[in-house]
Design a protein around this ligand. Structure first.
Ligand code: IPD
Ligand code: CA
Ligand code: CA
Length: 256
């Protein structure tokens, strides 16, 4: 399989959809579930990405947040057409388009594109990670007190939030500071390029993280599930770091 061809197609699809989102004349907002919104732009972005990729790779399958999973194939495109819909709705520029190509369960290529920031993160397995074409690497901070981590307040899962929020209260005393961006794909990309030392969030979906996970790994970082649990691509519970501080963050948080 030609990973660079998959990456090129993902990049092209993300650029097209991103240009459309930047025009965003007006949009209609629907509630999918409690605190979970979708706009017609999420749907239009996903349609545009799928049709662009399908034209180049008719043999591949698709798993998109808004359209769900179609026929299962060896090669699957995993798409979040807007990661950070609340930011998009609120006109906060921290939203991304996340596209990953997975072959027989392995992520082979990924892009995370933040159109309003003009930032395109790209990675192929074994080929490193890049921001706007320049190689990126995780940070070398190894002291928790110097670290900045992106967190989530688990705003859609009250039971989990009740367990995790008190732990965040303890953890913030041991690190420099926390950030909450509202786009998991962007958080992972920020770990990959060394802006942040870590990102952790439980209860995510594969389309939120597939491209970002590859980004962190290819930039020299580490991504796992939460303590004692399976990998984040299975559990949805993401623990990402520059590697040096991984055990520290892993041991600081628990879902039990
Ligand atoms: C959300 C974002 C957010 C995270 C949520 C996700 P969406 O994705 O990644 O940062 O906290 O859990 O669902 O709904 O904007 O695609
Ligand atoms: Ca998402
Ligand atoms: Ca989304």
């Amino acid at each position: 399989m030609d990973r660079q061809a998959k990456l090129g197609a993902a990049r092209e699809a993300a650029l097209k959809a991103g240009a459309m989102l930047l025009e965003r004349h007006s949009f209609h907002i629907e509630n999918k579930a409690a605190k979970d919104f979708v706009t017609d732009m999420d749907k239009a972005s996903e349609r545009m990405i799928i049709s662009s990729l399908r034209e180049r790779f008719p043999e591949d399958g698709f798993l998109g947040e808004e359209t769900g999973v179609g026929e299962k194939k060896d090669g699957m495109w995993i798409i979040d057409p807007i990661d950070g819909t609340t930011n998009f709705i609120k006109n906060i520029p921290l939203y991304t388009i996340s596209i990953a190509y997975m072959y027989r369960g392995e992520i082979e290529a990924g892009v995370v594109y933040a159109p309003a920031l003009n930032e395109m993160f790209t990675a192929v397995k074994g080929g490193g990670a890049f921001l706007n074409g320049h190689p990126i690497h995780v940070s070398d901070v190894d002291q928790p007190i110097q670290s900045v981590a992106a967190v989530s307040f688990v705003h859609r899962e009250p039971e989990v939030a009740r367990k995790v929020l008190p732990q965040l209260g303890e953890l913030v005393l041991k690190v420099n500071d926390f950030r909450r961006t509202g786009s998991a794909a962007f958080d992972l990309s920020c770990v990959a390029c060394g802006r942040l030392e870590a990102f952790f969030e439980p209860c995510l979906h594969i389309y939120d993280i597939a491209a970002g996970v590859l980004m962190v790994r290819e930039a020299g970082g580490r991504v796992t599930g939460w303590k004692n649990g399976p990998d984040c691509l299975i559990s949805g519970h993401v623990m990402a770091s520059n590697g040096l501080l991984h055990e520290f963050f892993l041991n600081s948080l628990s879902l039990e």
